[in-house]
Design a protein around this ligand. Structure first.
Ligand code: SF4
Ligand code: SF4
Ligand code: SF4
Length: 240
């Protein structure tokens, strides 16, 4: 059964409980960071941080400033660009599971220069393991919710059957339209298992993900499937 996770930006208070729960569950260490004049901390995803709450100020709204938050992590793509790259080296290095979770393993480290249009996979150094959100594969296959969802007190995160999550996302958009007329579901929703309800048009976080690049990789790799080594090299270049 395919599952999905929902992030509803209109309900996120940026408490970062999800970020902390993710680290605790995965036993990922804390990172040494510095004050960069923002609450966003650590600055981005890394080999120690599989999900990060991003902060952004934009012009607009009643008071001239809109503050938005976004929980960034792997989108668990239905046809993942990272897998297309990895398949050029080892077709078992990235596994798309029946649950919808895209899972890495010990073979993934052998793939050089792996990336995607969402800029997700991270490694400490070349040859080291790649880290990213697992969709809490061990939890969801044992009847539990992902740790980040369990920690979210506001209902900004939900997890369930993919079709239920899409219906919930549509319902949420209808519920918040009165307050946020530009509310919408992020445009990549048909291609991922991390569905986002965004409350402003062109919300910067949607823009930050290079969805077009992600699509380009898929088209290119399909064309070159007969020569996977060539495809891997070409796709890495496309992503750099
Ligand atoms: S726990 Fe929920 S409300 Fe808090 S930052 Fe994460 S998604 Fe937002
Ligand atoms: S978001 Fe990136 S790392 Fe995650 S499954 Fe999609 S292509 Fe792979
Ligand atoms: S699903 Fe699990 S691994 Fe992914 S961000 Fe949530 S807690 Fe972290």
């Amino acid at each position: 059964m395919s599952y999905a996770k929902l992030f509803d930006a209109s309900r996120c208070t940026a408490c970062r409980g999800c970020q902390k729960a993710c680290k605790t569950w995965n036993q990922d260490p804390a990172e040494k960071t510095s004050n960069r004049g923002t609450y966003q901390n650590p600055p981005d995803l890394s080999a120690q941080t599989r999900t990060v709450v991003k902060f952004k100020e934009q012009e607009g709204g009643e008071n001239g400033i809109i503050w938005t938050f976004f929980k960034d992590s792997c989108r668990h793509c239905i046809e993942p660009a990272c897998k297309m790259i990895a398949d050029g080296v080892d077709d078992k290095a990235v596994v798309v599971t029946d649950t919808g979770a895209v899972v890495y393993n010990e073979r993934t480290a052998k793939v050089e220069g792996m990336n995607c249009g969402y800029n997700i996979p991270k490694q400490e150094k070349e040859g080291a393991p790649y880290f990213k959100c697992t969709l809490c594969f061990e939890r969801i296959t044992n009847g539990l919710q992902p740790a980040c969802v369990t920690a979210c007190a506001t209902g900004a995160l939900n997890f369930g059957k993919r079709e239920d999550i899409i219906n919930l996302a549509k319902k949420r958009v209808e519920q918040i339209k009165g307050r946020y007329p530009e509310a919408h579901i992020a445009s990549d929703y048909a291609e991922v298992n991390y569905i986002q309800v965004l409350h402003y048009k062109d919300e910067m976080f949607e823009m930050a993900a290079d969805i077009d690049k992600q699509r380009k990789i898929k088209t290119a790799s399909r064309r070159d499937l007969l020569n996977p080594k060539k495809a891997a090299g070409m796709l890495s270049k496309l992503l750099s």
